[in-house]
Design a protein around this ligand. Structure first.
Ligand code: ASP
Ligand code: MG
Length: 434
């Protein structure tokens, strides 16, 4: 068998019937070229609803011991979940496959009701079990939708990702995941089906359902890619790829054609929302190329993430607000965002919180001393007086007064990040079936 491609669709990529169809068309088209495993998020907003459900029903048996209004609101949540998924299925799944998909969705919703109603001693375990249902529902709809394009698609009969028992933020067990993927996913691929895997969900000791933390479907995709020996993992969402700044703050933020694993991990850790911060680690360990691209704009080349380091220069800028500058004894260092250095006064740090009157613009990439000088010049021209500037483990960092945060970000983006077209090769667009 050719090495399988893993494609992950985010919550807005399966946000309604039309989105499922678009995602299914991409999966089916890609499957013509070789085996494809699809990792899917819950329909956007579903995980929040499920976590709300878990919380509001924790600590009592909801159907029997609570007042009428709560029972009513629970029934409403069920009805909303049911309506939303059945409607998406009707819009995305072809008639001949629809009855079976509807039956599966109802079965999953019944199991959800059982989990919610069952007495639980471990609330964290119960919360994860409830939260996992969003991905189980969307997986069934997506599999049905893919079949509408004439390609067989099956939801994996077991959860392939093995974890520890740290509910809510479980750690991956790579060896056991490889075995589980061999048991639950590989046979589907070998039989020529697209294998659909609910993201975000794992199995801990004694098969307990765990979750990988919010946004964890990205991580599911690279973990599954590593387990299946993939060369490439695609992360598909509603943005064109990784942008070189937050577009909410920098309207002309541009697509970055290529990032190294290191740069992508640094940028994600600084809060770039397009990727879960842990996503690149399994990919880097296995040499898997990650492509971040848009479901809604398949012609856009997206961002490639690989072990290839680009040349010197700043690739992207990120802003951290609400920090404070402090001198502390090393043993008393708390809430440290970044260590700036040490001198006779102790450790100089930027701490989270405190006075909150400092912001940091962090430049990710391979910054040079020239970038440091260039950045200081940009800030000067923009009328911003930096509080501190230099290279740190998070990247080239400019600390500025909180009130100048956005001016500084714009000045440094304009001055230090070269236009995307100069910083890498442009990958080819995705293939699709009509
Ligand atoms: N559905 C989960 C969440 O909303 C996981 C994900 O979408 O990646 O956090
Ligand atoms: Mg996400």
């Amino acid at each position: 068998m050719k090495r399988p491609l893993v494609i992950k669709f985010g919550g807005t990529s399966v946000g309604k019937g039309a989105a499922f169809l678009r995602a299914a068309r991409i999966a089916a088209g890609t499957a013509e070229n070789g085996p494809v495993a699809v990792v899917v998020s819950a329909m956007s907003g579903t995980t929040d609803a499920l976590l709300g459900l878990a919380k509001s029903t924790a600590g009592s048996t909801p159907r029997t011991s609570t007042g009428g209004s709560r029972e009513g609101s629970l029934a409403e949540i069920y009805r909303a979940l049911t309506d939303r998924h059945l409607r998406a299925a009707r819009e995305a799944v072809p008639g001949e496959a629809l009855p079976e998909v509807e039956e599966r969705l109802r079965g999953i919703l019944d199991r959800l009701a059982e989990v919610v109603d069952a007495p639980a001693s471990n609330f964290k375990a119960r919360k994860d079990a409830v939260a996992s249902f969003g991905e189980r529902l969307s997986a069934e709809i997506l599999a049905g939708a893919v079949s509408g394009f004439g390609v067989r698609a099956v939801v994996a009969p077991g959860d392939p990702i093995a974890t520890d028992g740290n509910f809510g933020e479980a750690e991956i067990h790579a060896g056991e995941t490889r075995r589980r993927a061999g048991r639950y996913v590989r046979p589907l691929l070998e039989a020529g089906s697209v294998a659909v895997v609910p993201g975000y969900v794992g199995r801990g000791p004694d098969e307990a359902v765990t979750t990988l933390g919010r946004g964890g479907s990205d991580l599911s995709a690279t973990v599954l890619g590593r387990a299946l020996g993939s060369e490439e993992v695609w992360i598909l969402s509603d943005v064109d790829g990784v942008l070189d700044a937050d577009p909410a703050l920098i309207p002309d933020a541009r697509l970055i054609p290529h990032l190294s694993y290191r740069e992508a991990a640094q940028f994600a850790a600084l809060g770039a929302e397009v990727l879960h911060p842990m996503t690149t680690a399994p990919a880097a360990a296995a040499g898997i190329e990650v492509r971040v691209r848009s479901t809604f704009n398949p012609g856009s080349p997206g961002t490639r993430i690989s072990d290839r380091e680009g040349g010197p220069g700043v690739r992207s800028v990120a802003l951290r607000r609400g920090l404070s500058l402090a001198h502390v004894a090393p043993e008393a260092a708390e809430n440290v965002f970044c260590v700036l250095g040490a001198d006779a006064g102790g450790l100089k740090v930027l701490a989270e919180g405190g006075s909150g009157d400092v912001a940091a613009v962090v430049c990710v990439g391979t910054p040079t001393d020239g970038d440091l000088l260039g950045g200081l010049r940009c800030l000067h021209e923009g009328g911003v007086r930096p509080i501190w500037a230099g290279n740190t483990s998070t990247g080239l960092l400019f600390a500025v007064p909180e009130g100048s945060a956005e001016v500084a970000l714009r000045a440094l983006h304009a001055g230090l990040v070269p236009p995307a077209s100069r910083s890498g090769t442009v990958p080819e667009p995705m293939e699709e079936v009509a």
